[in-house]
Design a binder for this molecule. Structure first.
Ligand code: ATP
Length: 315
């Protein structure tokens, strides 16, 4: 895995041997790629579209400056993202193909999502139709079902971290804030049973239990999902205020209004995801994700053919 070391060649792999990574750290250098468009900028990375010179394959190269990562205390973020993306594999997650490093930077070769962030689609479209929203939410639900089944909680689920492929399907990205609750296929576990939910991520999608210091569960992602359902149908997130503090007050008070255009099914789904009690949110009960997928909001969704069906037209 990435080791942030002063190794000038940058290729020394200090991974404990018991870890078997699917996406290897390769002896690549930036000279192996033709650099294209800047795809995005995060708090500790920039992501550029690149083409591998010998194979002509295209990737989204996530470039992270080592000094910046250390200065900003993001070492564990980078390691977590690397571990999670490396060990999980699902059509609803951005795929990691390889990593490399040099003296200045760490590089992750990711599957390129040409359609950009779901956030931009939502901004351009304003309100989504029920058909559009139910399709997109269904794809997010499938991805969450998979990561939660693998014991991973995303913790920063929001439209900026959900990307569109060129054909308009969705993929979850940015696993830097994730929590690993049970051993990954390579045996890695990060769970601390005493750990309380803390505020990581983004104020508008943070769960009330995170603000109350209650134990961390998959409920955190389900709350964020509820916020996204609402946002798709309303054009803005349910909890938005002039400051982070005021946003938190709204979250704790569950202070949001659903306008008359919310259908009864949409209203019921939002209410069952934005439940103040994380254990009552849909998908956390004994029926698990079957309960969420059977919700009438998804009545037009063909779960078994989701990835083969035609996604909504992009704006
Ligand atoms: P954050 O500040 O949210 O923690 P980060 O530094 O972890 O950000 P990312 O969120 O992973 O960075 O990436 C930054 C942006 O780059 C994304 O919001 C997205 O617009 C773009 N991006 C990331 N990965 C890809 C990809 N695989 N394909 C296309 N664009 C991508």
């Amino acid at each position: 895995m990435f080791s942030i070391s002063a190794d000038p060649a940058g290729n020394k792999d200090q991974t404990p041997r018991k870890f078997a990574f699917r996406a290897p750290q390769l002896p690549y250098t930036v000279n192996d790629f033709v650099f294209g468009k800047l795809l995005g900028v995060g708090s500790y990375s920039k992501v550029v579209r690149v083409k591998k010179k010998d194979t002509e394959e295209e990737f989204a190269l996530k470039i992270m400056d080592k000094r910046h990562i250390i200065k900003e205390n993001k070492v564990s973020h980078v390691k977590t993202e690397r571990l999670v993306l490396d060990q999980l594999c699902h059509p609803g997650l951005v795929r990691l193909f390889f990593t490399f490093q040099d003296a200045q930077s760490l590089y992750m070769g990711l599957e390129c999502c040409h359609g950009g962030e779901l956030f931009y689609q939502m901004m351009k479209k304003g309100r989504l139709s029920i058909d559009e929203a139910s399709f997109y939410i269904a794809e997010i639900v499938e991805a969450l079902e998979y990561i939660h089944g693998e014991g991973v909680i995303h913790r920063d689920l929001k439209p900026e971290n959900i990307l569109l492929t060129s054909d308009g399907h969705l993929k979850l990205a940015d696993f830097g804030s994730a929590k690993i609750m049970k051993p990954l296929p390579n045996g890695f576990i990060q769970n601390d049973p005493e750990e309380k939910t803390t505020f990581v991520g983004t104020a508008e999608y943070v769960s009330p239990e995170a603000l109350n210091g209650r134990p961390l569960t998959i409920g955190a992602d389900l709350w964020a999902l509820g916020c996204i359902v609402y946002q798709m149908l309303e054009g803005k997130p349910p909890f938005r205020a002039a400051s982070e503090y005021l946003t938190f007050q709204k979250v704790m008070a569950r202070d949001f209004v659903m306008q008359p255009h919310f259908t009864p099914e949409a209203r019921d789904l939002v209410n069952h995801l934005l439940d103040l009690d994380p254990e009552r949110r849909l998908a956390t009960g004994s029926m698990g994700y079957a309960a969420l997928k059977a919700h009438p909001f998804f009545s037009r969704v063909k779960w078994s053919q989701l990835r083969e069906s035609t996604p909504p037209k992009t704006a």
